[in-house]
Design a protein around this ligand. Sequence first.
Ligand SMILES: [Zn+2]
Length: 338
Amino acid sequence: MARRVPRQPLIAALLAAAIALASAALTPEQQGVVSHISADSLRGHLSFIASDLLEGRNTPSRGLDIAAEYIAAQFRRAGLEPVGDHDYFQTAKLPNGEARNVAGLLRGSDPALSQTYVILSAHYDHIGMRSSGEDRIYNGANDDGSGTVSVVEIASALAAAPERSKRSILFLTFYGEEPGLWGSSYYVDHPLEPLSKTIAEINLEQIGRTDATDGRHVNVAFVTGYDYSNVGSILDQAAQPAGVEMKPIKGDYFSRSDNFAFARAGIPAHTLAVAADYSDYHKVSDEWQKIDYANMANVDRGIALGLLQLASDAPPPAWNEHSAAARRYADAAKKQRQ
Ligand SMILES: [Zn+2]
């Protein structure tokens, strides 16, 4: 009788993931992008962005400024084009100080289509510090350090690919989401690339935790306003080779993050989240050690494949004319094209 081999769930899971990746028909470009995204890299970035040094990244604050410099340094390292009003920064004057969006562009390869844009974004601000308590710092690791470092990691992976997508991809991180979508609203009022040529906006929120209050979510991202446009189904199909699903989110989150500023301007724009609600939401205990980095890396692989699809020469996504809830955004899109 053969010796009983003990079950090794981790190895089995890794093997299954490797087989799934290998068997899926990825182009060399896609394969390169997918293999460039790593859990260790995400952990490294997030352990800094969500560190106590940054004091909860309130808008405006010194901690927020340090985070902006870090993100810009990563965009610089990836070789993105600086398209801010100064280097990678788009600076807005607030009544109480110097907040900045951070913007880097990956120029598309097609002479005509490179004049059209897909945006990947996240907000890098959080809610600062509380006045008392043993731990006073709201680190905002999942909200939205996880989205921020995913933007950085996906930008780095796409920039390292030997072949560029046909459309250009603009990577943005916003200040002031927490007090009311300030950074994204400022961008929409002062776009760095024409809004009429921006075909989609994908915003990342809370991508790192798998222990959501409504259960454990692995290899899936939930899309706000899924049936408002065909963006969700495009992403879902494109992400399949990474073993990642894109599903409709439960609950009405469409207007609760930065995608909303773009949707109001008519651009098909959605937020992707893994844990829309989790136990440490807006608590000082939202720390980087609690993130599921392996899952975040895989979800990011799916998102990167989705971005590549949106940035290909396929027809641009559109609002769903049959959705009553999406009508105002479809109307805004018509105005944008006039
Ligand atoms: Zn958030």
